[in-house]
Design a binder for this molecule. Structure first.
Ligand SMILES: [Zn+2]
Length: 162
């Protein structure tokens, strides 16, 4: 006779414990651990800044997951929405101690991308969507390292900058 207790029930019974184990680090946890600030750096233009954990917690709540808060940050200089972040523990630590700082982004300089776009010939008669698609293609042919979302970001930011 086969055991009718399916594996998935056992898995379901395990899930709550597993969920507790992977409970993400919250802003409150960070503050408790002695991190009063986080150091953030734009993955694209490498603009760096420090944000007070207390300010972030005031906006997002102390229960907010640190990684989700970081995911929602946007560069105040170039507008790119991917930033790297490190908790800063202790006030005496200077930001340059962070080991990963000032790594090259692997992405072409934004101003170069924008100049490239500005130099593209106009496409009379094309719809906005067609024009965007053509500009994204042109960017990615010139810089294959650009992801589709990165190229889209350059195109849209060039539109709003005009
Ligand atoms: Zn930036």
């Amino acid at each position: 006779m086969r055991d009718k207790t399916p594996i998935r029930e056992q898995v379901a019974r395990r899930t709550p414990a597993a969920a507790r184990r992977v409970k993400p680090l919250t802003l409150g946890d960070l503050a408790t651990s002695g991190a009063s600030e986080i150091e953030v750096e734009c993955e694209w233009c490498r603009h760096a800044a420090r944000l007070a954990v207390a300010d972030l917690a005031a906006r997002a709540g102390a229960d907010a997951a640190y990684r989700n808060v970081v995911r929602r940050l946007r560069c105040s200089v170039c507008g790119w929405d991917r930033v790297e972040a490190w908790p800063v523990r202790g006030r005496h630590k200077e930001s340059r101690d962070a080991p990963e700082r000032r790594r090259p982004s692997g992405l072409p300089p934004l101003d170069e991308c924008r100049r490239f776009l500005a130099a593209l010939p106009a496409a009379p008669g094309a719809t906005l969507a067609e024009r965007r698609a053509a500009r994204i293609d042109a960017l990615r042919q010139r810089w294959p390292e650009l992801t589709a979302s990165a190229a889209m970001f350059v195109v849209q930011s060039a539109e709003t900058a005009r």
